[in-house]
Design a protein around this ligand. Structure first.
Ligand SMILES: Cc1ncc(COP(=O)(O)O)c(C=O)c1O
Ligand SMILES: N[C@@H](CCCC[NH3+])C(=O)O
Length: 428
């Protein structure tokens, strides 16, 4: 997808579809995430079309990438289920109208309460990331009088070739069970009443641009499927995770068509339903973070453009040195070299270092592009800043889909109600 899908300069001003971003800033203020519904749909369709050669499949959007209900609803209408990692994401997916059966629940630290919540909701698949979790899930299902349907997430020990902080399938990674242990764990868990193990799951990381590591991981999973079948296990599903990356510099994204062809080739004899969990590929280009320049202040090497968005609103640059293009909403053709920084009291609150950007001045509007995935969903109230508002644009209309929330409303002042720990001991 071109990242211009949804966001284009028209008559000298950046628009989200038919709506000038200046109009949104006027109505909602800044900083604000702005999403294009058409860009979301376009990416969702491109992903599905690329998987056309795969006969049996299900698609689940990784809710961690963007958990706004309006975004999830658009993807639900595109036939996506949800890949979730917490009870909160389960609540969000259900609230967005996703069917429980279309939800797959991953995560290394699901609590017993969250497992019970998933069973109560009737979640389609629970991706087990450890043997003990499977034992507790089975026991909980028996107690509740239901059958849990699950998959075993396996760590294939493949380096995804992405940023070290978002690689998830190497030997020392906390995710899934070690490849060498997988068969033993599968054998044991499949004997547990209350638990139907349908297959295996793999996810080696995020922002993966080369298909080689994905192909290596999938081939290992293919060997495992064959070995499990040889031991009499009925393997009906394999979850291939997410991870396909996008280009944040305006170039080509991970090649989704080649990805579809590779998956079709590697899995042609598997005879299973394949599950996919894309997040970034679907949402990244469909959103920008709209911000206003507060000050332009001289610096030793170049000026500081200080914007009203901070690392609490968009954490990726501070966390992974990630690149998001900074662009003026009303570019005039001139450029400047500057540091673009936020107001937060950390030196890592920096969106661009000595970068050539559109010339901006105090009060101008600008955007950080490609912020639709892992933007708002990772926002916090650090420095007691408000939680950023979110807006969805569709054609010439826009709607606030998440209001700006004051930090004080999230952490209201309470009068401490002191409990005497010793008195509680006596009561127990
Ligand atoms: C289990 C799982 N599935 C899917 C995803 C989505 O990944 P991405 O946004 O890179 O497609 C992630 C995030 O890395 C994940 O941990
Ligand atoms: N949050 C990360 C990706 C992590 C994906 C979840 N396992 C990012 O912004 O790139």
């Amino acid at each position: 997808m071109s990242r211009d899908t949804g966001f284009k300069v028209r008559s000298g001003a950046l628009h989200a579809e038919g709506v000038a971003l200046g109009r949104i800033a006027q109505a909602v203020g800044t900083p604000t995430y702005v999403y294009s519904a058409s860009a979301l749909r376009a990416a969702a369709r491109r992903f599905r079309e690329a998987l056309a050669p795969i006969p049996r499949k299900s698609l689940a959007f990784a809710v961690k990438a963007n958990s706004s209900l309006a975004v999830l609803s658009v993807l639900r209408d595109e036939g996506f289920g949800a890949d979730i990692v917490s009870g909160g994401e389960l609540t969000a997916a259900l609230a967005a109208g996703m069917k429980a059966g279309d939800i797959v629940y991953s995560g290394v630290g699901k609590t017993p309460e969250e497992l019970a919540q998933a069973l109560r909701a009737g979640v389609g698949h629970i991706n087990l990331e450890g043997e003990r979790e499977g034992e507790v899930l089975a026991a909980t299902a028996v107690r509740m009088g239901v059958e849990a349907t699950a998959m075993l997430r396996v760590n294939p020990d493949v380096n995804a070739g992405t940023h070290a902080k978002i690689t998830t399938g190497t030997r020392d990674s906390k995710f899934g069970v070690a490849f060498a242990d997988a068969i033993g764990i599968f054998d044991r868990l499949s004997k547990r009443p209350g638990l139907t193990l349908r297959g295996v799951a793999v996810h080696i990381g995020s922002q993966i641009m080369e298909l080689g590591p994905l192909e290596s991981a999938y081939r290992r999973i293919g060997e495992l499927v064959a070995a499990l079948r040889a031991r009499g296990h009925a393997i009906t599903h394999v979850d291939l995770g997410g991870g396909l990356g996008v280009d944040y510099h305006g170039g080509s994204d991970g090649d989704v068509t080649a990805y579809g062809a590779m998956v079709a080739k590697v899995t042609q004899d598997w005879d299973v339903t394949l599950m996919f969990e894309p997040g970034r590929y679907i949402a990244a280009h469909a959103g920008v973070l709209l911000t206003r320049v507060v000050w332009v202040k001289p610096g030793e090497e170049c000026p500081f453009v200080i914007v009203d968005a901070g690392m609490n609103d968009l954490a990726r640059p501070a966390l992974y040195d990630a690149w998001h293009e900074f662009a003026a909403v009303a570019p005039n053709g001139a450029t400047m070299r500057a540091h673009v920084v936020g107001p937060v009291c950390e030196s890592s609150d920096r969106f661009a270092a000595g970068r050539l950007i559109n010339r901006v001045k105090e009060g101008d509007l600008a955007v950080l592009r490609d912020a639709g995935a892992y933007g708002a969903s990772m926002a916090s109230c650090y420095n007691s800043r408000a939680l950023t508002a979110e807006v969805m644009v569709e054609g010439d209309r826009f709607a606030v889909i998440a209001p700006r929330i004051d930090a004080a409303a999230i952490r209201p002042q309470v009068v401490p109600d002191w409990l005497d720990a010793h008195a509680l001991d006596h009561a127990a």
